[in-house]
Design a protein around this ligand. Structure first.
Ligand code: PA5
Length: 449
């Protein structure tokens, strides 16, 4: 089918033998069976597996209704969240939208400007954002599964004050949408107390696997994107992941190949795209891989580049630096727009040899030339071809990566669904901020500073 994403590992020939693929295909098959048996470590976080089929249809309707309201009554939507409660929505909105969405006129945009905060602790970032919103109408979608994460909690306190000052408490409550745990956490308590509309982050879905829940769906729908098609794409990819044999199963092949490469010393995987709109899918993918596999002293380090821009900064290293990396190119087959290079009489820039060609031909030539150069330079290449920057393709891509990373984590012998390492910095930060209960650690850390 033409509108399917597809995976190609032919550019690993010379690094990987068919025997290695055969052996790893057996291991991948076992890892998939183990995942689907729901008996492995982290098995209480497998709600994402069937989500594209069995998502809460009533909540889905409420998400669409909330998105319509935000689009009709708000010039700006402030999305507050971090990590898994942020990256998926931003990835989707940048992938699906106009490259310059936020600076289009209101008429062309047809939806609110969308800004993200609560993903850093920068005071200048917040100040500038408040300035940009000015006296325009806005709504807030605050997203936090735990409801206690410092960065979004701090940002929400500031924006809550702002929105209540502007509209009064009662009207403000109609403009605040909370996506959080079904029953517990400070945000859930506050939402119940203040009467905010709430959406649920299911118990059995971790942050980095939550993009197809309300966590991602509300901000994505608010941009005007087609979340029905997004779920359809994910559901179709789910069927392939769950049912197809290895030879027909792109996600399993990807999981297997990156593990073969890791075992051969390729410890860094670079997600490379040739469309700036794909950059945040790379950011989302980094969290998905990094938090799922980077534990117990193991894992492939996920990095990302946007090309051709980064060929002029990272290209030297990818081509010629320490040979510990491989590249996964995410190609957008049909860019959806094109620009033709015209002939110029004087040809002062010497570009007439491109006359009549279009930009995408140039971009794809750069991509194909670079893939061969990197492959020649011992940086093996994997390629995922995505038909277009549309919701159906993106739904497939999200599910493809989620499934592949889950299988890949089990192949490498870790629990892909926990993130124990994320807690260490939080404890130190709480201690240095003087949070009650951390007094002993505060004293110990201050001595070391
Ligand atoms: O994947 C994860 O678990 C994390 O990235 C979380 O999503 C992130 O820390 C935000 O957590 P919360 O949604 O509880 O605020």
């Amino acid at each position: 089918m033409e509108n399917r994403i597809s995976f190609d590992y032919s550019k690993t020939a010379g690094y990987i033998s068919s025997d290695e693929v055969k052996i790893m295909s057996e291991i991948a098959q076992n890892a998939r069976d183990y995942l689907l048996s729901r008996k492995g470590p982290g098995n209480d976080f497998l709600g994402w597996i069937d989500l594209p089929e069995n998502y809460d249809k009533d909540e889905f309707e409420r998400i669409q209704a909330a998105a319509r309201k935000i689009r009709s009554d708000s010039d700006v939507l402030v999305v507050i969240g971090i990590g898994g409660s942020y990256l998926g929505a931003r990835a989707a909105n940048e992938f699906l939208g106009n490259n310059f969405y936020n600076v289009l006129s209101k008429e062309d945009r047809k939806g609110p400007q969308i800004f993200y905060c609560g993903n850093n602790l920068s005071s200048s970032y917040l100040t500038d954002l408040i300035g940009v919103i000015g006296d325009r109408d806005f709504s807030i979608n605050v997203i936090s599964k735990s409801g206690t994460t410092t960065e979004p909690a701090v940002a929400f306190r500031i924006f809550k004050e702002l929105i209540e000052k502007k509209y009064g408490k009662k009207e403000a409550a109609k403009r605040i949408y909370c996506t959080t745990d079904r029953v517990k956490g400070a945000l859930k308590t506050m939402a119940a107390e203040e009467g905010y509309e709430t959406f649920v982050v299911p118990d059995d879905i971790g942050g980095r696997f939550s993009v197809l829940t309300a966590v991602g769906l509300l901000p994505i729908a608010a941009s005007g994107a087609d979340i029905v098609k997004l779920m359809e794409g994910a559901a179709d990819e789910r069927r392939r992941c769950l049912e197809n044999a290895f030879d027909q199963n792109d996600a399993m092949q990807y999981a297997a190949l990156r593990n073969i490469l890791l075992r051969k010393g390729k410890e860094i995987e670079i997600f490379a795209s040739y469309e700036p709109a794909v950059q945040y899918v790379g950011e989302w993918w980094k969290q998905l891989c990094g938090e799922s596999e980077g534990k117990d002293g193991r894992g492939t380090f996920p990095a990302s580049v946007t090309l051709t821009a980064d060929l002029h900064s990272m290209g030297q290293f990818i081509q010629d630096g320490a040979r510990t990396l491989f590249e996964t190119v995410v190609e957008i087959t049909d860019p959806g727009a094109d620009v033709e290079i015209r002939r110029e009489e004087a040809d002062l820039d010497g570009l007439n040899y491109l006359a009549g060609k279009n930009m995408d031909f140039i971009n794809k030539s750069a991509m194909n030339g670079t893939i061969l150069a990197h492959t020649d330079g011992s940086a093996p290449n994997l390629k995922i071809a995505v038909p277009a920057r549309d919701a159906y393709s993106l739904g497939q891509l999200f599910y493809f990566f989620e499934f592949a990373v889950a299988v890949s984590g089990y192949i490498s012998g870790v629990n892909p669904f926990d993130q124990p390492g994320v807690e260490s910095y939080k404890r130190n930060m709480f201690a240095l901020l003087g949070k009650p209960g951390f007094e002993e650690l505060t004293a110990a850390l201050r001595k070391r500073l």
